[in-house]
Design a protein around this ligand. Structure first.
Ligand code: AMP
Length: 302
């Protein structure tokens, strides 16, 4: 099974109550593809970087089975850059800086083989780019998921609504679900968002877990209580990578299997937050992932 993913590959400056990290590797697509690579290969990447992006990170991703044929490298240009500062609760953050750089003129070109992919994860990025990716597909994937954020709701809502009509699963956080739907109750928000297109809605609530909605059915997954959180950056993307990785590995898009996928996504996200950047996601083993999944099962068994 193949999983196609699009999103940013970036540098981040991050400040959390646990410390700070400057110009570290980040980007939605980086987290998604790395997390998904623990479940399925190939993971096909569509993104863009400048020639300032570290070659050893790209090599590491290749070694994990991530196909970078669709990653454009722009000579003499700079990679996407984002800077953020987390509040004392780790759950909310302020964006201090967003420099689109190579992303400002990015035209995603899908290599021929990518146009027929079994699954698609549209990571957080300009909705226009997400639309361009959908337009180039010759076959509709078995499941299309989309992640986005308030930044795009503020500046590109019309385009975002066009993409939403074409996707099966939307993953956003609770504040974004409220902003997108205009409803405070998450139950009402889910109904409004279903009517925009996505049959499945996943609302991420940080340390309070995640909710999966599917036309009246609801599933709740807690987040694993952790002794120490270092950096929540990328947790949502890592969740999405684990979620879609599990769906692609099993080839099962039933609601019951989506519940399992939510747990695998949550397990991957629990690793992500334990260190800055992608460091904790490197070098995991299937046994470590299974062990986390068992901890989730134990947590809610009564
Ligand atoms: P998350 O914490 O899951 O929301 O993802 C954080 C990652 O998203 C960071 O590594 C950033 O590089 C990237 N990011 C931040 N802002 C944007 C944006 N406006 N569009 C796309 N990616 C972004």
């Amino acid at each position: 099974m193949s999983l196609l993913t699009v999103g940013t590959v970036a540098f981040d400056d991050i400040e959390t109550p646990s410390g700070r990290a400057e110009k570290v590797v980040g980007g939605a697509c980086t987290y998604i593809s790395l997390a998904a690579s623990y479940f399925v290969t190939p993971v096909r990447v569509v993104s863009v970087v400048g020639d300032d992006f570290p070659e050893d990170t790209l090599d590491y991703l290749r070694r994990r089975g991530v196909d970078l044929e669709g990653l454009q490298v722009k000579k003499g240009e700079k990679s996407f850059f984002w800077a953020g500062r987390y509040h004392s609760n780790f759950n909310s953050r302020d964006t201090l800086d967003t420099q689109l750089n190579v992303l400002a003129t990015f035209d995603p070109i899908l290599p021929e083989i990518y146009r027929k992919s079994d699954y698609l994860m549209l990571g957080n990025l300009t909705p226009q780019v997400q639309i361009r990716v959908l337009e180039q597909l010759t076959h509709r994937p078995k499941l299309v998921a989309l992640d986005t954020m308030n930044f795009w709701m503020d500046i590109a809502l019309d385009d975002l609504k066009k993409v939403l009509e074409k996707v099966d699963v939307l993953t956003i956080n609770d504040e974004e679900a409220r902003q997108l739907s205009g409803e405070h109750s998450l139950l009402k928000a889910a109904k409004v968002i279903h009517d925009m297109g996505p049959k499945y809605l996943i609302i991420k609530k940080g340390e309070h877990g995640a909710l999966l909605f599917h036309r009246g059915q609801i599933f709740f997954a807690p987040a694993l209580p952790l002794a120490e959180v270092i950096d929540p950056t990328g947790a949502g993307d890592t969740f999405a990578g684990g979620f879609m990785g599990w769906i692609a590995k099993t080839g099962d898009t039933s609601f019951d299997n989506m519940k399992r996928a939510v747990i695998y996504g949550s397990a991957m996200a629990s690793f992500c937050v334990e260190q800055f950047s992608i460091e904790r996601l490197k070098g995991l083993t299937p046994a470590m992932i299974e062990n986390r999944v068992e901890q989730f099962a134990e947590l809610v068994k009564f």
